[in-house]
Design a protein around this ligand. Structure first.
Ligand code: ADP
Ligand code: MG
Length: 362
């Protein structure tokens, strides 16, 4: 039987004691839970913007709040270092200085520049020249055309093409790069973000993060145990919203390149920001986006851009030739879109209902 309230002096005394101490107890509980929140290892994530509007998102598992604060600081510092190397539009960057100086005298470059140049040369070779960081003069020509709303003439294209070509760039074997023709310059826009993603993950790993994810715009790298589910952006959706489907992956990289977000517009026509080095003009082969799954983000980024240039048939040949590389291409047909995907992706690929009936495997 329950006693009636007010008739138990002992109980009342206890209640009053608790009531008096309630604020102290509340403070203790608050401090303890705050301590647990701060000191308990868990999943953390943060987004920052080292280059313009491109969001860099990092996710780290099993980290305390203090550890993650320092992780973020270390990654941010490394990214700032790399932006100072690769940002072609900042005249003080190493790349801009090299583009300016290497015409006359061999320019001594740092380790990051040398590494990205060597990797670019490798992918230029592997993709039969589709990936080509020496397209700088052509990029500038087409950017200018977009700004002036006037298509370049055949002569202007020929002049810019004359300044493009990796054979115009030489490494001296002593960390120096030089251009053998006036006007030649390099643009690492198709690979630098992938490289930064790899480097961000490396910083996290070196700091002891066992499992995590780095996402820089269309470039993602996952590391550690377990599976990660990554969305594939819908190139037909407005303002980057919506996904075609998801891909389940263990550690590795996935990059998407597309002509749907960045393009130039002249007389109501859209032109891709990716140039075909063989013609000197923006690509126009029906491929609207290329997603590549590879071991590193640098590789995935470079290959994805190359697929945008190569078109469907040559892309399939390249992907089949490369080991441990898979791809998903979205093509614009006469009245609809088609998806072409590596057959090995089937167990890991989930497509939305709108896309399911349009898949072709290779
Ligand atoms: P995103 O900007 O979507 O990450 P990419 O990785 O494909 O796209 O990179 C596109 C950039 O690469 C362009 O803005 C340009 O600076 C550069 N670029 C354009 N065409 C080529 C090419 N054929 N090879 C290498 N780089 C290119
Ligand atoms: Mg790329």
């Amino acid at each position: 039987m329950q006693g009636i309230d007010g008739l138990h002096p002992e109980k009342d005394g206890l209640k009053m004691k608790i009531a008096r101490r309630a604020p102290i107890l509340a403070v203790i509980i608050l401090v303890l839970s705050a301590a647990v929140i701060i000191a308990w290892p868990r999943r953390h994530e943060a987004t920052f913007y080292p280059i313009g509007v491109i969001p860099f998102r990092i996710v780290a598992y099993e980290r305390t709040a203090f550890q993650f604060r320092d992780d973020l600081e270390a990654v941010t510092a490394r990214m700032a270092e790399l932006v100072a190397v690769f940002n072609r539009h900042d005249p003080t960057s190493e790349l801009a200085r090299m583009n300016d100086k290497a015409r006359s005298v061999p320019f001594e470059v740092g380790t990051d520049m040398l590494r990205i140049f060597e990797l670019s040369r490798k992918w230029h070779r592997e993709t039969n020249g589709a990936f080509d960081p020496s397209v700088g003069p052509l990029i500038d020509l087409w950017k200018g055309a977009g700004a002036n709303k006037r298509l370049p003439t055949a002569d202007e294209i020929a002049v810019a093409r004359h300044k493009a070509g990796l054979d115009l760039v030489t490494t001296m074997g002593n960390g120096k790069i030089s251009f053998t023709r006036e006007g030649a310059n390099l643009d690492f826009g198709a690979i630098a973000k992938g490289y930064m993603t790899d480097e961000a993950a490396l910083v996290l790993k070196q700091r002891g993060v066992k499992r995590g994810l780095v996402q820089a715009g269309g470039d993602t790298l996952a590391f550690g145990d377990g599976t990660f589910r990554i969305g594939i952006q819908d190139p037909t959706a407005k303002s980057g919203e919506g996904i075609v489907g998801t891909i389940e992956m263990s550690a590795g990289a996935i990059s998407t390149s597309g002509s749907y977000e960045r393009f130039i517009e002249i007389d109501g026509e859209r032109y891709s920001h990716i140039v075909d080095p063989r013609t000197g003009s923006p690509v126009d082969n029906g491929v609207v986006s290329a997603t590549v799954i590879a071991r590193t983000s640098t590789d995935a980024d470079a290959i994805a851009t190359a697929l945008m240039v190569l078109g469907l048939s040559d892309s399939i040949d390249l992907i089949k030739r490369l080991e441990r590389v898979e791809a998903i291409l979205i093509l614009r047909g006469s009245d609809d879109y088609d998806v072409w995907a590596s057959a090995s992706l089937v167990p890991r690929l989930t497509l939305g209902p709108d896309w399911l009936g349009r898949v072709h495997l290779f």
